[in-house]
Design a binder for this molecule. Structure first.
Ligand code: SF4
Length: 238
């Protein structure tokens, strides 16, 4: 299969069947910690990167042949780039749900949420996991290396708009990289913005797989403990 992969088992999503909606590796960011390595096509352009019917046919085939004992918790749009760059993300979520009758999760880097069409499309999901690694432009540029012109303040406004309209589960993901966004003072700034978004959960992560840039280091166990204290009860270290 080209677009459907797994199921993969993770602590946060259980057993999840992945769907990739863009070819390797198209993304609006080029995060220094990305385990998929360097972004080949850094863009904010939304289009039909992949034929929608081919994706849906793969989903149908998977469920036609699925062993009965294989219990899947989520179907997850993620994969080899930013899934919401596919212009049909909303219809795709809706159609996949109709085929599989399972909860759908979308893992997104948040940059496309400024587009009302994306916000509208993601309302069909059961769980949305947007990233928020930075709340200031210099740190955003250092850690996530966005397409020129993307402003973190606009992303935060868009996240607020989406959160207000979304009735599903909303888990914020924060990736901590040593020496970039891991000071107690900066974590408190992220926490302040996170609070304004009222997430159901906050998931704190640090790179464990080989990152795009060799110099990237995970944060220490002590920092993770401090982060947990700052972010409080709704925070998971994943
Ligand atoms: S947003 Fe995700 S896929 Fe894109 S560069 Fe960052 S980690 Fe990699």
């Amino acid at each position: 299969m080209k677009y459907v992969y797994g199921p993969v088992v993770s602590r946060r999503l259980g057993k999840s069947l992945g769907i990739s909606t863009v070819p390797y590796k198209i993304c609006s960011l080029d995060c220094v910690y990305c385990q998929l390595k360097k972004t080949m096509d850094k863009t904010t352009q939304r289009k039909k990167y992949v034929d929608e019917d081919e994706i849906l046919e793969e989903v149908r085939t998977f469920f036609r042949n699925k062993p009965q004992e294989l219990a899947i918790d989520y179907i997850t749009f993620s994969g080899s780039g930013e899934p919401t760059l596919h212009e049909s993300i909303g219809p795709l979520i809706k159609k996949v749900k109709a085929i599989a009758h399972l909860p759908v999760a979308v893992i997104t880097n948040s940059t496309t949420l400024m587009d009302p069409e994306v916000r509208k499309g993601l309302l069909f999901a059961d769980l949305v996991v947007p990233s928020l690694d930075a709340v200031t432009q210099p740190v955003f540029e250092k850690i996530d290396r966005p397409v020129q012109g993307i402003k973190i303040k606009d992303i935060i406004v868009a996240l607020k708009k989406f959160r207000k309209a979304f009735r599903g589960r909303f888990w914020l993901e924060v990736m901590l990289v040593r020496g970039i966004n891991d000071s107690a003072a900066y974590l408190k700034r992220i926490k302040k913005v996170a609070d304004s978004l009222k997430p159901d959960r906050i998931q704190i992560n640090s790179p464990v797989r080989p990152p795009a840039e060799k110099w990237v280091r995970p944060v220490s166990a002590h920092t993770l403990k401090e982060a947990k204290k700052i972010f409080g009860d709704f925070c998971d270290i994943v």
